[in-house]
Design a protein around this ligand. Structure first.
Ligand SMILES: [Fe+2]
Length: 341
């Protein structure tokens, strides 16, 4: 992407994120990845009068094995963590999510923005105040609910008992101390009680499997009891899911993780076909998707920290909070959450 265009969209991002004169903003990168993003953020922050720094970690040593969520190059570099804790804002170009180091940086008061998706996607889905408002209204309603029920024509009918875990809102920028967000994003989620999720989820063709970055082609039926998946049945995708989960050799991978819905009218369900190298933020965000996940809930303060994590945005579902329809057949049903052009 053209350097000036990238700088302009980073300027928009940092402006919404409240970056101002005299603030200290650190851009964190690794190896040779996203150095163009780093340059664009540095230039943008400078224009806002912020004190800009770039912390660049070395590329991981060859032979370190597969990339795993929560393990970062910062773990071996406590001095860098200390420096980042002193920032007002950290722009994370590595993907620190679920790491102890990110938690420490936020606890010290630095807000953290992750930007790792392909630049054309960042350009197409810039954060907006209007979207933030709809996401925050959604989060407010979700945080007050006691029971979530999700249904679908292919046969999903599942109930989550709520009220144990907090609600998280992601809207793609962050202007509050210690708060993390991910660009692009527009969704809300919470988690069910550890033993309080029961029913069936039936994935339909076109539902999305992350991190496989593929679409379901044959129905997959999950049977869930007391917060754990008991059974997964179907065709090829069911076999792939079971095979992938089996690899972790961790029964906690069968736990039910976060659940919620997407609100970005600009995000496209077919996004995977346009950005095959991305990590699926567009798919988590598209308007009216209902996303459930399996695996860890430590992000919400729960005890399950398994590394086996799948996010599954589904189309055409209905979602009810305490019997009030929130999403109906894949459309947002609450006026204040709807996009008004
Ligand atoms: Fe997730």
């Amino acid at each position: 992407m053209d350097r000036n265009v990238l700088t302009e969209i980073c300027l928009h991002q940092l402006t919404l994120s409240g970056v101002h004169e005299g603030e200290k903003v650190i851009v964190l990168s690794q190896g040779s990845e996203r150095l163009d993003y780093a340059d664009a953020f540095l230039a943008a922050g400078q224009r806002l009068g912020a004190r800009m720094y770039h912390v660049r970690l070395p590329a991981p040593l060859p032979g370190n094995g597969a990339w795993a969520v929560g393990e970062t190059g910062l773990a071996a570099n406590p001095e860098a963590v200390e420096a980042l804790k002193k920032a007002d804002m950290v722009v994370d170009l590595i993907f620190l999510l679920f790491s102890k180091e990110q938690m420490a940086i936020q606890a010290a008061g630095a807000r953290v923005l992750t930007a790792v998706e392909p630049a054309p996607l960042l350009a197409r889905l810039p954060p907006t105040k209007e979207l933030r408002e709809r996401v925050e209204i959604s989060a407010e309603i979700l945080s007050n609910a006691k029971i979530m029920r999700i249904t679908s024509k292919p046969g999903t009918d599942i109930v989550y008992k709520l009220g144990v875990y907090p609600t998280v809102a992601e809207y793609g920028y962050t202007d509050q101390p210690g708060r993390w967000d991910h660009w692009p994003a527009a969704f809300v989620f919470t988690g069910g009680a550890d033993d309080g999720v029961d029913g069936k989820i039936v994935l339909a063709p076109g539902d999305v499997l992350l991190p496989f970055n593929t679409y379901v082609r044959e129905p997959v039926t999950y049977t869930i009891e007391k917060g754990f998946v008991q059974d997964i049945r179907g065709g090829l995708e069911a076999e792939l899911i079971k095979s992938y989960m089996g690899e972790f050799k961790d029964p906690r991978g069968m736990g039910m993780s976060h659940v919620g819905w997407g609100l970005d009218h600009r995000a496209q369900w077919h996004g995977l076909t346009q950005f095959p190298g991305g990590m699926g933020m567009e798919l988590r965000s598209f308007y009216g998707n209902v996303m459930f996940s399996t695996g860890p809930n430590n992000e919400l303060g729960g005890p399950n920290d398994t590394a086996c994590h799948l996010d599954i945005p589904m189309r055409a579902c209905s979602l009810f909070l305490d019997d009030v329809p929130i999403v109906v057949d894949g459309n947002i049903a609450v006026r204040e959450m709807q996009q008004h052009s």
